[in-house]
Design a protein around this ligand. Sequence first.
Ligand SMILES: Nc1ncnc2c1ncn2[C@@H]1O[C@H](COP(=O)(O)OP(=O)(O)OP(=O)(O)O)[C@@H](O)[C@H]1O
Ligand SMILES: [Mg+2]
Length: 128
Amino acid sequence: MKAGYASSNVKKILNQLNLDPVFIRRIAVANYEAEVNVVAHAFKGVMKVYFNPAKIRIVVEDEGPGIPDIEKAMQEGYSTASEKVREMGFGAGMGLSNIKKNTDQLDIQSTLNKGTVVEMINYIQNSR
Ligand SMILES: Nc1ncnc2c1ncn2[C@@H]1O[C@H](COP(=O)(O)OP(=O)(O)OP(=O)(O)O)[C@@H](O)[C@H]1O
Ligand SMILES: [Mg+2]
């Protein structure tokens, strides 16, 4: 299980720009949770990062089982994580609610037995 590489690389790039650390932290947390979810719950995925002076938009798209009930999945503490994933310290059911808290705009689209698309947008404020 190799989760966190893509999101930590994005964070490194953001750190090189003159952005509010709080802004970077929010994106890093959301992005990390989205990446871990692909590794924990899906088969494979891609992360696309779009950046302009007004906002950062990250789209994490996976091939996997999909999420049958997104509203339920969003609830704190809800998790279907496997025993193996739990042994690695994941599966508290906090990832999606953490993503929600740390994004300005969140959109989740999921198709059963096909995959999930998580789109996260954060607007850039206090850039120096
Ligand atoms: N990309 C995904 N593909 C399929 N199911 C997902 C995906 N992301 C989340 N889920 C489903 O939503 C549930 C809740 O996700 P969430 O990230 O909140 O918790 P978790 O991943 O189980 O635990 P934690 O994130 O706290 O380690 C998951 O247990 C899983 O059932
Ligand atoms: Mg999670």
